[in-house]
Ligand binder design. Structure first.
Ligand code: IVH
Length: 749
């Protein structure tokens, strides 16, 4: 953007621009603080505020009543009680380079009348990218928690703050009145887990941890906040009935003694070069902290000096935020490529004009799926105000820690006239098969299975990976080379085992291949030979069936104990699996048609009717129930497994592989001697002495199979308080029912 330099602005232009900036920044403040949905990048926001300040410095008389430089944050939103802060919650002025930091130091010295060589200590600590919170304790008890709001009046979020475990609710050694201030934030791991959970359940997907933290704290229902993993760092204070010490670092130590988390990178320094070295150290370690920070805050350590320095209208004179280069950047979207994964999922990838985001050059970013490109989330609701993303667009790239960069926004004002809406392919770009999107699935998938080279290669890579066949010397790179090798192709798992038997001329070629000698070839063959004996669960996992992870594979192996039993059960249950899918579809149709909850509640008969109509043989129904009642299996995994084994190409590949194996080892069922070894048990109701997960692990370690539903095959039902239909069914079937104590007695050593 070509912008007139401030020194060249006429008075009329300056007046006009101050008005524009006031409007823009007010809107940006509102979006950021009240709606948790930023409209400007931090860098752009800072730049505009700076420009506003420079224009005001040159034309002080033009400073507006609603000037952005006199505002902190935005008005609190309706819905929460209002809290008048006893001491205003302020903002920090920013430094962007070493020169700004030097200016900060010299302006302080000037203010205090200190010479350039007079010792002046500062503390430096990370600037946490969350939202600030003020906690008021009276007689040691937490009585109120408030957000910053507009600095004077914040929102009362006391009930929500009480759900955060980093926030003590009672402090033994607190002064009579104590207001602790700090930052509420969410760790990267918790943010990702939250979004993953929300993706599965159709909940709100947050753009970044800061928005997730803000959205989680500002919930009218504190129980929602409780379910969100929020954390808190203490770094400053408001009203106090007694001082916390003589220095900033001393006050931080008091906070730590009171039970608050104080950032471990907080340190005191005597001179500026050490301050800057600490900044560099924090920046270097930024990616591994596990939470977002956007700079380093420097504060004068001596509290008497802080008092003397005092405040400007919205910022203290004794502190400054030395910001990191932004982790958001704008660049051109040059192309959208589609990657096809192991399970056929078509994933759109943004190819970008390379841009530096937070110190890392980014040229690829994920676009998630078809809906995301079109400006919709998984519920069909608008994201980015419904703006779609087109090749040629100017897009905002967001990067947090190590996660794959994402496209956060698009600037419509820079959209070229030639840009057309992106058409998501309905054919697989790798094999030309139909790519279909099933109702309720956010992802479009290639239906080519093993004939799709992309799926086949990914499946093969999975097949040889750790946790699966784990063949030494045969990694992703070699798989790619073998797959596309015309003379010595490896296209299916069985081909790996026939490699050695191929034509001698062809094998000679392998030995001549770059990086391969006699030894490496024979080592590879030996490694392959070794894997002709394989544990059942590794074999099942290696097949790469969608939804079948290592745990699912282990559960299946423990349930069926033998490959042939599992395949026979899958074949037998197939008609029931198909009926289940039909019923699912019928139910889904009804659900879409049902306008309200009352009608939705009547859907079950549709499902039963669909199953009844399918006329499933009883042995098929029984085999299906047996499969999906394995604890942790369920219908989604069951159906996916059933589909894979019923697909002719895949089945042929599985059978060919089976023929190459010497032995398939049954899983160890630990502790055959225990009184519950080999027994099928079902937990129902509430357990009081341990969690369900712990109970399950314990039962399994004693050789029991844990199932999710009661049938004639169930040996024991452990029924806690609140048990319902499962307990009743067990009693009707004459299955042994124990309470938790009875169970613990039974399994006691
Ligand atoms: S001190 C009177 N220290 O940054 C000064 N603020 O841009 C009080 N922040 O409103 C703030 N980490 O929400 C301080 N270590 C830190 C901080 C920090 C994050 C936030 C805080 C503040 C904003 C200013």
């Amino acid at each position: 953007m070509s912008e007139v330099s401030v020194s060249e602005l006429s008075e009329a232009e300056a007046r006009e621009e101050l008005k524009r900036l006031a409007g823009l920044l007010t809107q940006a403040n509102l979006a950021y603080h009240t709606e948790d949905a930023p409209v400007l990048t931090d860098a752009e926001y800072d730049r505009l505020r700076q420009r506003n300040a420079s224009i005001e410095a040159r034309f002080p008389d033009l400073t507006r009543d609603d000037s952005p430089s006199a505002q902190v944050g935005a008005k609190p939103s309706d819905g929460f009680g209002k809290v008048q802060h006893a001491v205003r919650m302020l903002s920090l002025s920013n430094a962007f380079d070493a020169e700004d930091v030097a200016d900060f130091d010299s302006s302080i010295r000037k203010y205090l009348g200190l010479g350039a060589n007079t010792p002046l200590a500062y503390i430096a600590e990370p600037k946490i990218d969350g939202l600030s919170l003020s906690l008021r304790y009276e007689d040691g008890r937490l009585v109120q928690a408030a957000t910053r709001g507009d600095g004077s009046v914040g929102e009362n979020v006391t009930a929500n703050a009480k759900t955060i475990s980093d926030i003590p609710q009672y402090i033994e050694s607190a002064p009579k009145i104590l207001e602790v201030r700090g930052e509420v934030y969410m760790s990267h791991a918790d943010f990702q887990a939250l979004n993953t959970r929300h993706q599965a359940t159709g909940g709100k997907i947050f753009a970044n941890p800061r928005n997730a933290a803000a959205g989680s704290l500002r919930q009218l229902d504190a129980e929602i906040t409780r379910a969100r993993p929020l954390r808190f760092f203490a770094y400053s204070w408001g009203e106090l009935s007694a001082p916390l010490g003589e220095t900033q670092i001393g006050a931080m130590n008091r906070f730590a003694e009171m039970g608050f988390q104080v950032n471990p990178l907080t340190q005191r320094f005597e001179n500026q070069s050490d301050l800057l070295a600490h900044y560099a150290h924090i920046e270097e370690n930024r990616a591994s902290l596990g939470y977002d920070i956007d700079g380093v805050v420097y504060k004068v350590d001596d509290l008497a000096l802080q008092d003397r320095l005092g405040f400007r209208s919205t910022t203290p004179r004794w502190a400054i935020a030395h910001k990191f280069p932004a982790e958001l950047a704008w660049t051109r979207l040059e192309a959208i490529d589609i990657q096809v994964g192991r399970t056929g999922a078509l994933s759109p990838v943004a190819r970008l004009a390379p841009v530096t985001v937070g110190g890392v050059v980014v040229s690829n970013a994920t676009l998630h799926n078809e809906d995301y490109i079109q400006g919709r989330d998984s519920n069909g609701d608008q994201i980015r105000d419904g703006k779609d993303i087109r090749v040629g667009d100017w897009v905002q790239v967001y990067r947090a820690g190590d996660v794959i960069p994402k496209i956060a926004d698009v600037d419509l004002s820079k959209r070229p006239d030639t840009a057309v809406p992106y058409e998501f392919p309905t054919l697989c770009p790798e094999c030309g098969s139909d790519a279909v999107r099933e109702e309720g699935d956010a992802v479009r998938r290639c239906t080519g299975g093993m004939i799709c080279p992309a799926q086949a290669v990914e499946k093969l890579k999975h097949f040889v990976s750790r946790g699966a066949f784990d063949i030494e010397g045969l990694g992703a790179k070699q798989i790619e080379a073998f797959y596309s090798d015309e003379t010595l192709p490896v296209r299916t798992p069985a081909d790996i085992f026939t490699l050695q038997d191929r034509d001698a001329n062809q094998l000679a070629k392998l030995k001549n291949r770059e990086g391969w000698g006699d030894t490496s070839a024979s080592n590879l063959f030996a490694a392959i030979e070794e894997r002709r004996a394989i544990p059942l669960q590794k074999l099942i996992f290696a097949l790469g069936v969608r939804h079948v992870g290592e745990v699912g594979a282990r559960d299946l192996a423990r349930h069926y104990l033998a490959w042939d039993r599992m395949t026979a059960a899958l074949d037998l249950s197939r008609p029931a699996a198909l009926a289940h899918r039909q019923a699912d579809l019928a139910e889904q149709k009804e659900r879409i048609a049902a306008a309200d909850a009352a009608r939705r509640a009547r859907i079950k008969p549709v499902r039963d009717a669909a199953i009844a109509q399918a006329d499933v043989p009883p042995e098929a129904a029984q085999a299906w129930d047996d499969l999906i009642s394995v604890d942790g299996i369920g219908a989604t995994l069951g159906l996916s497994l059933s589909d894979a084994f019923a697909n002719a190409t895949e089945r042929q590949a599985f059978d060919a592989l089976r023929a190459q194996l010497r032995s398939i080892e049954a899983p160890d069922l630990p502790n055959q001697e225990s009184p519950v070894a080999g027994k099928t048990v079902v937990f129902t109701g509430t357990l009081e002495k341990m969690t369900r997960a712990e109970a399950k692990a314990r039962a399994e370690s004693l050789g029991a199979k844990v199932s999710g539903s009661v049938s004639k095959k169930t040996d024991i039902v452990i029924a806690g308080p609140g048990a319902g239909s499962k307990e009743k069914k067990a009693r009707d079937l004459g299955v042994q029912v124990l309470d938790e104590d009875g169970w613990l007695e039974l399994i006691a050593p």
